[in-house]
Design a protein around this ligand. Sequence first.
Ligand SMILES: [Zn+2]
Length: 378
Amino acid sequence: MSSWPFSSRREARKRCASRFTKPSIDCRIRTEGRSPSLSEIVRTICDVCCNEVDAPVVAVRETVDVRGVSVTDEFWYPVCPLCGNRIGHAATMDRNFEKMYAAYREARDIPQPDEIVALRRRYGFSQRVFAAVLGIGVASVQRYEGGALPSESHAELLRQARDPQALRERLRSGAPRLGERDRERALRAVEQQAARKMDYAVVRLDLLDRLPRVALPETGLRAFDADRLREAVVYLAAHVGSLFVTKLNKVLFYLDFSAYRDEGVGFTGLRYARADYGPVPDQYDLVMAALVDGATLAYREQGDGRVVVARRGADLSAFSPREVARLDAVAAFANGFASTAELSAYSHEERAWLETPSGEVIDYAFACDLRMPAAPLP
Ligand SMILES: [Zn+2]
């Protein structure tokens, strides 16, 4: 593991600046403000040889330590064409820190900046009200929404903001800086969100009773078992990177069809239908509404979509070691694609999808032509 020389973005800026302004040599700082990308060249002063150079930005794969979390990714550096030094360049460093911080938040389950904004807006809070509800300064909220890393205690508060029940407790017992009118309004907002979660619970009872619990050809010869599906999704949410809702449906398809191909019986007992964007569990919206109850599984806003995250570890007692190995194999398969779009495109080459009419149930017999490679299982 290489040692990352700076403990924070602010320190990096300070150190870069001080290295640039050695008093004995006359070199002025001139860097470009925009973010670098591959094949980009930044005109800057080399902080070792002190020449003004056009430095190509190169991507270097590295493992760095961010507050005890090990992060492996590509980081960018302008390299001095004269002396080969990696130049400390503030705008490039900022991009590297953004990547590191995002990975750190992911590992520690801390809301990302865009999720914080999305959460706050869902409750209809201004930054001032949101800060008062959490009991932190408005400047802190602004910094976290702008990309700064929260302290441990503030990270815990931000996690709580995902749960309207927790916010309701805070509003009832604390938040002294909030005026009466703001408190009333905030309480109504969090209670509305809490009620929406209750709706999901009602749907779950209805839906899971309605799904067929008999082994049929169209369910991969397995009787649907809600607990088995839930624990499989909890496990996958922890092992597949950025498990967008649209990614999960492909992952489940490969889980069930590879199990059917290799074992002669599906994994979850779900039926699949052909949707325009790929194979998808039948009544997928309802299945997801049933599974994502906010307690075991929850959504997190990320980019343009919602990512499924687990709120607890999976209970694997219902699975054989071979079945756990299959979950791992499917997770590794999905993680081999750079994006959900790539995995989606791959699934569009499946005979199961190509040869099933739109909206029709997909025949598990197509599993024999599944393009996912067979993994060595115990
Ligand atoms: Zn140089």
